[in-house]
Design a protein around this ligand. Structure first.
Ligand code: ATP
Length: 274
């Protein structure tokens, strides 16, 4: 059974302020989104609408958050899928699923009296990877359907649809996806620098009891190379350590322990997949 977002949830409740760092990516994204906010102007100037925005960058850097914030910012409904859902599907099923996704986006917007819908496709590389020979027939049909849906988007439709896709393998994408009128806006979402790590740590400890000895700056310093997702995980692990210690507050030592834990976790994950 398909899970439908409730009326209240149809526009995500995540705003750009809930995303730490990524200042440049946010600005670029907001700029690209202006056409959803001022559709009349775009039409008057005869500008063609942006149909696709590609977010690329390492895992866990907040691409999904950015897409949700884009929907929030433009008061659009949000429907989502991931390339991984299309793995090992029978020929034709993937294409059908894509058709339904766009249909659902338009219906949901109408149901909620919104003018626009954002279709988010995570891991686009799974369906939009370079085509090699004929062994990926089901992916081809899925990809073709996506291209057809995107080509069908015009600026005079009742519901303006925008597709946002995410990948951490931009180099792998089929050039058909990157042509003008498809995913022709590319926004890079990078690993956070120290200042951004600090902001992300602050965001994820806002509702946690931190001891007065906690120096988040130091934690930000020691987490070079961590993604936003790893920083979130670090704050959660630290809270678990504090609870195990029966300490009412999260101390600096719990955060330090959590750094090691997250680093170790990554290592074992990597070993497991080797
Ligand atoms: P993937 O490529 O693995 O799909 P992603 O880039 O889409 O990852 P998200 O799913 O957006 O990453 O992030 C995962 C989680 O990590 C978020 O729910 C959030 O808790 C945390 N996170 C990631 N980046 C940030 C950020 N910049 N600010 C705050 N939280 C972040």
């Amino acid at each position: 059974k398909k899970r439908r977002l409730s009326r209240k949830e149809s526009v995500p409740n995540i705003s750009f302020e809930n995303i730490g760092g990524q200042q440049r990516s946010k600005e670029e994204l907001k700029e690209a989104l202006d056409f959803l906010i001022h559709p009349k102007q775009i039409q008057n100037y005869g500008i063609r609408p942006i149909k696709g925005i590609l977010l690329s960058g390492p895992p866990g850097t907040g691409k999904t958050l950015m897409a949700k914030a884009a929907a929030h910012y433009t008061d659009s409904v949000f429907v989502t899928t991931s390339g991984s859902e299309f793995v090992e599907m029978y020929v034709g099923v993937g294409a059908q699923r894509i058709r339904e996704l766009f249909q659902e986006a338009r219906e949901q917007a109408k149901r909620n009296q919104k003018n626009s819908a954002i279709v988010f496709i995570d891991e686009i590389d799974v369906i939009g990877g370079q085509r090699e020979g004929s062994q990926h027939r089901e992916y081809d049909q899925t990809l073709n359907q996506l291209l057809t849906e995107m080509d069908g988007i015009t600026s005079d439709q009742e519901v303006q649809v925008l597709v946002i896709a995410a990948t951490n393998r931009k180099d792998m994408l089929d050039s058909a996806l990157l042509r003008p009128g498809r995913f022709d806006r590319h926004i890079t979402v990078d690993l956070p620098d120290k200042k951004a790590r600090m902001m992300i740590l602050e965001l994820h400890t806002e509702n946690k009891p931190l001891a007065s000895d906690v120096d988040l700056e130091k934690i930000a310093d020691e987490t070079f190379g961590f993604s936003g997702a790893q920083l979130e995980s670090l704050t959660n692990e630290a809270a678990i350590y504090a609870m195990r210690d029966r300490s009412p507050e999260i101390g600096q030592k719990h955060l330090s322990q959590a750094i090691d834990k997250v680093m170790m976790g990554e290592k074992t994950d990597r070993e497991a997949t080797q």
